[in-house]
Design a protein around this ligand. Sequence first.
Ligand code: NAD
Length: 305
Amino acid sequence: MAEQLRYDGQVVVVTGAGGGLGRAYATFFGSRGASVVVNDLGGSFKGEGNSTKAADVVVNEIKAAGGKAVANYDSVENGERIIETAIKAFGRIDVLINNAGILRDISFKNIKDEDWDLIIKVHVKGSYKCARAAWPYFRKQKYGRVINTASAAGLFGSFGQTNYSAAKLAMVGFTETLAKEGAKYNILCNVVAPIAASRMTETIMPPDVLKALKPDWVVPLVAVLVHKSNTETGSIFEAGGGHMAKLRWERSSGLLLKADDSYTPGAILKQWNKVTDFSNPQYPTGPNDFLTLLEDSMKMNPSDR
Ligand code: NAD
């Protein structure tokens, strides 16, 4: 049997932990020795209203099972208050799971500024505010684990979700840069695009599909990524229904044209197949990869290009 991963003595903050995936993360870490901050604003899935009930129910559930947990009812937009709850209640923070989220689905033709602003505020600013408040503690103790939450909608686009897609792909760039800045301090940051049955998905997926997508089945991957034994950082994963995979950027072999008068739209069009040819791909991991590629290409004989 595989060794059971434990989190004894660690403090885990889970945002949006009053239901769905957040509840699954919180109860798992509560059952594996961690002290958990169960944050939830307690509003509707569209971001309307607020209540203390959602977080309280999960805190009671963790405590009833013998775990340690405390509730926080702030919006993630006030991330500093959530981290303060962790410090006040448990004296430290080791893991931050930026999970809270809402939807404002609407076609781009009909979208209003408020639909855009609210989604960006909760997902992007909320994740930033929580990570920003946790960062000094992580740096000081030279230890931290961050999970940000993306979505297939962000990675691939999804009808009626321009606001949500933009916010969710932002989580990828945010995570990749955090991972680079955190590396020196043993702060590992990864981004997960989950798929799970929750109030967010229950109206858009058939019941038999939802049955196969218990939120608990996203938890084990996240548990591995935030464990002290993990070394993976700056990576994108998808997870749901027992499946998990890592995703990465792929660059076509590309086309290099001499930057003189011959470099015209027509010249590009002539060799468009090279621009889009993935038969000899590269997998860039940083902006410098492009510069190296350019330098290498420049050295080549133009006829080899
Ligand atoms: P959910 O609605 O069950 O859970 C989200 C929780 O976040 C709710 O309990 C809600 O009250 C809380 N919340 C919302 N706004 C908040 C705020 N401002 N501050 C604090 N808490 C807030 O949905 P879920 O499916 O469990 O979603 C969890 C995360 O996973 C979200 O970020 C969502 O975008 C993402 N996601 C889910 C799926 C899926 O298939 N369920 C797919 C892709 C991404």
